[in-house]
Design a protein around this ligand. Structure first.
Ligand code: UDP
Length: 482
């Protein structure tokens, strides 16, 4: 059946990777489009949608936008699959193979629309699903845009991986090879080492399925009408220019969380836009209120990172020995293993009462913006990196996987707003780096972080590059949908 493009109101379908970071940023984009009067359908996997349903505030907020719909699709995995921590690649692989025909059926049968806007007239899909979604969009003559929730730096590296392989720079030949510079990623030759490539490049075998997913899906990017990036020109302009040689139409519209905050304020609506899949513990804000300015190191490793008990203990002693005061997000599944092995040792919890505060999940944007926070020990997820940049908070980076290895190198070597300790987890190093960030080199890092924060804010204000690009995106969606 040929898909009939409606001549009624345009409807944008947004389909994120079902994980905290991508859902957060794509819901922010959805809200920005809805604020401009576009009808949006946000398509989630059933599992992630059920988690969103637990948050009445999110449902209530989106119910105020005319034509906004939440819809669900199966991820093809059994009900008892954990869908968390290390299993995200299984979720991605399953959706790429199992959800294809359902996705097509939903579009063809107009299941994703409403009375005023029955048909999807534009698809914005997480680029990780860019392969099958672009095939279907092309077949049905629906314009498709890929949203890449990673930084431009990692997208560019992914796009260059075939050249890196061709140039025999991969596979990496063991630990002694990790500091070798990579030559085939233009613009990064001076500082990008094997160690800084996306974690999947560490595979000994180049047919490794995780490496293939990341590389292959990125290679679909040039097939989209356009690419949306959650970044801004003053941060990643030179790298975005490289990507433009392959994907000419790029809308860099970030940092999205700041962008949304500003546009909500202009609309005199609520400026609250939390999109958490976890239950937020706000008690840490009152604790922060009682701390001196810039005295606290905030520690969070995002929604996926899993560490061993030994690594946790090394971080802990580094922290305690540095005398830093801290706010630590310790997710229930942060520590690998079963039973007692996966518990945070009681004596550590006891000691934390003196100098720190532990929560299961924090209101991170608010925490980073709090005057008491002076540093961020992070896993370098792209959302966390951007949130820290906006808040002007310098970072210590301990990347875990995927794009985080690239992000942390850019933080330390390009933007110079933090220290990268990737692949090291030793209490003495942690102590020294905390001391550098919070005491010895505090001024140097704060100055650099303040300047980038200023540029981030400028980009989303009227006249800024991200502000302009978002208006252009909305205009283009309207034009191609009519
Ligand atoms: N986050 C949060 N509270 C926490 C930890 C994380 O709200 O205690 C949010 C954070 O603000 C960010 C997202 O979770 O928006 C994590 O995304 P990121 O890309 O940094 O990492 P991921 O979880 O995808 O590895």
């Amino acid at each position: 059946m040929e898909h009939q493009v409606s001549h009624r109101l345009p409807r944008v379908l947004i389909f994120p990777l079902p994980a905290q970071g991508p859902v957060n940023s794509m819901l922010k984009l959805a809200e920005l489009l809805a604020l401009q009067g576009l009808h949006v359908t946000f398509l989630n996997t059933q599992f992630t949608h059920n988690r969103l349903l637990l948050h009445a505030d999110i449902q209530a907020r989106f119910a105020t936008y005319p034509g906004f719909l939440f819809k669900t699709i199966s991820d093809g995995l059994p009900d008892d699959h954990p869908r968390s921590g290390d299993t995200v690649m299984e979720v991605i692989r399953s959706i790429n193979t199992e959800s294809k025909s359902v996705f097509r059926h939903m579009l063809v049968s107009d299941e994703l629309g409403s009375e005023n806007s029955p048909s999807v007239t534009c698809i914005i899909v997480d680029g990780i699903f860019g392969g099958f979604a672009t095939d279907i969009a092309n077949e049905l003559h629906i314009p498709i845009i890929h949203f890449r929730t990673l930084g431009a730096c990692c997208i560019w590296v992914n796009l260059c991986i075939p050249k890196v392989i061709e140039g025999r720079e991969l596979p990496i030949r063991g630990e002694e090879d990790m500091d070798r510079l990579i030559r085939n990623v233009p613009g990064t030759e001076r500082f990008l080492r094997c160690r800084d490539l996306p974690s999947f490049c560490r595979a000994r075998n180049l047919t490794d399925p995780d490496l293939q997913v990341f590389v292959q899906q990125t290679l679909h990017s040039p097939r989209a009408q356009a690419i949306i990036l959650n970044t801004f020109e003053d941060l990643e302009g030179p790298i975005i220019s490289h990507i433009r040689t392959l994907c000419p139409n790029i809308y860099s519209i970030g940092p999205l969380h700041m962008h949304l905050k500003l546009r909500l304020a202009n609309n005199e609506a609520s400026s609250q836009s939390s999109n958490n899949l976890f239950e937020v513990d706000r008690s840490c804000i009152a604790w922060l209120d009682a701390q001196p300015p810039k005295s606290i190191i905030y520690i969070s490793f995002g929604s996926f990172t899993v560490m061993t008990r030994n690594q946790l203990i090394e971080f802990w002693y580094g922290l305690v020995n540095s005398n830093a005061r801290f706010l630590w997000v310790a997710r229930l599944d942060l520590v690998a293993g079963d039973g007692e092995e996966a518990q945070i040792p009681l004596e550590l919890l006891e000691e934390s009462r003196e100098r720190g505060f532990i929560v299961g999940w924090a209101p991170q944007e608010e925490v980073l913006a709090h005057p008491a926070v002076g540093g961020f020990l992070t896993h370098s997820g792209w959302n966390s990196t951007l949130e820290s940049i906006v808040a002007g908070v310098p970072m210590i980076c301990w990347p875990y996987f995927a794009d985080q290895q690239v992000n942390s190198r850019f933080v330390s070597e390009v933007w110079k707003i933090g220290i990268d300790i990737k692949d090291v987890c030793d209490r003495k190093i942690v102590e020294k780096m905390l001391n550098d960030l919070m005491v010895e080199r505090k001024e140097e890092f704060s100055k650099a972080a303040d300047e980038i924060s200023r540029l981030a804010r400028q980009s989303v204000n009227e006249g800024g590059s991200s502000y302009y690009n978002l208006d252009r995106l909305i205009e283009d969606i309207r034009l191609t949908s009519s």
